[in-house]
Design a protein around this ligand. Sequence first.
Ligand SMILES: Nc1nc2c([nH]c(=O)n2[C@H]2C[C@H](O)[C@@H](COP(=O)(O)OP(=O)(O)OP(=O)(O)O)O2)c(=O)[nH]1
Ligand SMILES: [Mg+2]
Length: 130
Amino acid sequence: MKQVHVAVGVIVRDGHIFLTRRAEHQHQGGKWEFPGGKCEAGETVQQALARELQEELAISTLKSEPLVVISHDYGDKQVKLDTHWVTEFSGEPASQEGLQGRWVAAAELAQYDFPEANKPILDKVLATLT
Ligand SMILES: Nc1nc2c([nH]c(=O)n2[C@H]2C[C@H](O)[C@@H](COP(=O)(O)OP(=O)(O)OP(=O)(O)O)O2)c(=O)[nH]1
Ligand SMILES: [Mg+2]
């Protein structure tokens, strides 16, 4: 099965992370996630990240750096989560697609239900911010 390459942004400001909630009809629906989406043909992961954050949250990414890359097999779908810190951006994140979105304190991230593949991302984020 083909692996889906996903650009994922951990948007951080003042010890808080911006989370969005996946729509019920989507893969891993209802779970909280770090914003992002699939890389399109011919795009670098940074370009895909900037495009997705513009589309989903209407922010412009000014500075990002690699955090971790995770390959995970959900059985029905194989994903590669190419995860980046987003440390500088312009605009105020606002969920554009009718989805829920909110700033969450790092110490409260563990209370949220994330997709299975996110575990190592959470561990790294918590190790860095708490
Ligand atoms: N953006 C994002 N995706 C994640 C995370 N964790 C995780 O397993 N994923 C998976 C869910 C999806 O299969 C894929 C994200 O692609 P996407 O945001 O374009 O998802 P999508 O639902 O539009 O994809 P599709 O149904 O059209 O195939 O990566 C996460 O933290 N953020
Ligand atoms: Mg998405």
